[in-house]
Write a protein that binds this ligand. Structure first.
Ligand code: NAD
Length: 367
């Protein structure tokens, strides 16, 4: 029997609460689709600081290295906010994990069911059918990592800071490939976002993307937008996009804009794919909800488990090729939410259920 080796990192706050639901759902679909699960659970973030003195203990890293994908909850909370910034849970756990596994592609579905359009700050008439886009962000290159990077006191008394934006054509082709694969599974349309009217890296980006798609994916429809225009289009007519993809900093901003446009953070999943292939010949990846540890609702059975459950579905799809199981989960979540069973964040004042009841409803829908 095919077995999926998963490192489970529940983390802090609502992380462990929603992770429990995701694991129950995974077990159920594993039985239905006939694959096995080999899950090992590791401390990360504040929980790891409390138990081991650091946010990302060696044992956790080892556990992740031995696995084929990471299912991540969320980290952080007020308890660890007074630590030096470098030791705080997010910075000391998530960023090193991204680096360790060369997680170069961040995939964020911007999904808003028509029944939840009230959750979006956009006027309902702009998104009558909800929103369904995927935003793909390059995660390990660009201005966040380019050298030199410095702050210098100048002789004239002024201070100068330098960041450097660097991209190689090979890095651009690698992320373009992820966008192309996603588009093939969806509507076949890809929009590449850059600032080719100003930046050298963007000129290379546009040229490389154009050549790559012409050669490797001529069946897909490719368009280009400048990032300032993309930001405007995302709030004026988000559904014109199918797959949107861009470099690191532009993607940081646009993917957060997309999350806001889609309303509830409790519904949004994400994947960060690595360079390496796992034993299934698919990308190693880290899968996590778009939101944080939500300290304001922790321990109250109020957290929406859907983002974590949908992240588990993305893991099945991207790291294990279990498309039928992923579809099963996504359809079950959609049906339950559409039927009106909802946690407080998406109930709009109507009766809400708690985390446990929400998971139960999804399990029941799975059959
Ligand atoms: P947050 O996403 O945790 O919370 C923002 C708001 O969204 C809160 O009102 C919260 O209750 C709500 N929310 C979030 N997820 C929800 C869910 N599943 N169901 C219902 N409501 C939900 O962001 P924040 O308050 O800025 O950060 C809190 C902590 O989380 C901080 O320590 C921050 O560093 C950390 N954080 C971690 C990650 C991560 O682990 N990837 C991401 C963002 C923030």
């Amino acid at each position: 029997m095919k077995t999926l080796k998963i490192a489970v990192l529940p983390g802090d706050g609502i992380g462990p609460e929603v992770m429990q639901g995701a694991l129950a759902v995974l077990e159920k679909v594993a039985g239905q689709e006939g694959f096995g699960l080999d899950c090992s659970t590791w401390d990360v973030g504040g929980a790891a600081i409390d138990n081991h003195g650091v946010a990302l203990p060696d044992a956790t890293k080892e556990g992740c290295r031995a696995a084929e994908a990471i299912l991540f909850g969320s980290v952080g909370g007020p308890k660890w906010e007074s630590l030096p910034p470098k030791e705080q849970p997010e910075r000391a756990a998530l960023l090193p994990l991204r680096k360790e596994f060369s997680l170069f592609a961040n995939i964020r579905p911007g999904l808003l069911y028509p029944e939840l359009v009230q959750a979006s700050p956009l006027k309902e008439e702009r998104i009558p059918q909800g929103i369904d886009i995927v935003c793909i962000r390059e995660l390990t290159g660009g201005i966040y990592f380019g050298q030199p990077k410095s702050t210098t006191e100048l002789e004239d008394g002024d201070v100068e800071a330098i960041d450097t934006m660097v991209y190689r054509a090979s890095e651009i082709r690698r992320i373009a490939e992820v966008a192309a694969v996603a588009a093939r599974e969806r509507g076949g349309r890809v929009c590449s976002v850059d600032k080719a009217n100003v930046l050298e890296t963007s000129v290379l980006w546009r040229k490389t993307v154009t050549e790559f798609f012409a050669k490797e994916y001529p069946d897909l429809e490719l368009s280009h937008l400048y990032v300032d225009n993309a930001a405007m289009q995302l709030v004026s007519n988000p559904n014109q996009f199918d797959v949107l993809f861009t470099e690191n900093m532009f993607g940081d901003i646009l993917s957060d804009e997309l999350a806001v446009v889609c309303g509830s953070i409790g519904m949004l999943a994400s994947a960060s794919l690595g360079k390496g292939e796992n034993s299934h010949g698919l990308p190693f990846g880290l899968y996590e909800p778009a939101g944080g540890s939500a300290p304001d609702i922790v321990g109250q059975d109020k957290a929406n488990p859907c983002a974590q459950i949908l992240s588990a579905a993305m893991m099945l799809r991207y790291s294990f090729g279990e498309t039928a199981a992923a579809d099963r989960i996504e359809n079950a979540v959609k049906k339950v939410v559409k039927s009106g069973v909802r946690t407080g964040d998406i109930a709009f004042g109507a009766d809400a259920v708690g985390t446990h009841k929400m998971v139960e409803a999804i399990m029941a829908e799975l059959g």
